[in-house]
Design a protein. Structure first.
Length: 197
């Protein structure tokens, strides 16, 4: 069998030859990359469909809200490897990185009110009602160990870190909502030494 070898040089379309030097300059690459990032952020905030049953009427960052846990600090992800994104106006939770399969524990005892498996957004997610108008959300999970209506506590894992939904790497996205306001979870979490696997 004789394989036909392709020529070492190929000719580009004349239009491509004309525009390539323009788009390969550092300044244009930076500006174009910024526009793509902004478009990605806008599509995540505006264009993608969201579930309106829990997300409706959520008022982020309106006031300082207290959230009490059974322990002085909750350890939701003992095998964490870092924090990839903190709580801010465009991100109403905290992203805690860990290896795939790392065990996830609830921030506080409560009842599982919802288990989701969405292709986009939060992917596999668990919502826990802690009473007193407080709900916590655990997103991008790989495996879920609990069912709706099940009582949970801080001693037993509710699932594992995964790579589901809209994510670029394995991590847990944690949100806490109280009285329809978003709370920064970080002050209530215990972070020991980073697990460097």
């Amino acid at each position: 069998m004789i394989l036909k070898q392709l020529p070492k040089t190929r000719t580009s379309h004349p239009f491509s030859k004309l525009l390539r030097p323009v788009f390969e300059t550092k300044r244009i690459k930076t500006a174009f990359g910024g526009m793509i990032s902004a478009a990605g952020l806008a599509s995540g905030l505006v264009l993608l469909p969201t579930d309106q049953t829990i997300a409706s009427n959520v008022q982020p960052f309106t006031q300082q809200v207290e959230f009490e846990t059974q322990k002085s600090f909750a350890n939701v992800l003992p095998e964490y490897t870092g924090i990839s994104q903190k709580f801010h106006m465009g991100h109403p939770g905290i992203d805690i990185t860990a290896s795939l399969g790392a065990k996830i524990f609830p921030v506080k005892e409560g009842v599982v009110i919802r288990v989701d498996n969405m292709k986009w957004n939060y992917g596999r997610a668990v919502y826990i009602d802690h009473g007193n108008d407080t709900i916590s959300l655990y997103a991008h999970m790989g495996k879920i160990f609990v069912e709706e209506g099940e009582k949970v506590n801080t001693e037993k894992p509710i699932g594992e870190v995964g790579l589901t939904g809209r994510t670029t790497g394995p991590h847990l996205h944690l949100e806490i909502r109280k009285n329809e306001s978003m709370i920064n979870p970080q002050p209530y979490l215990a972070f020991g030494p980073v697990n460097k696997r």
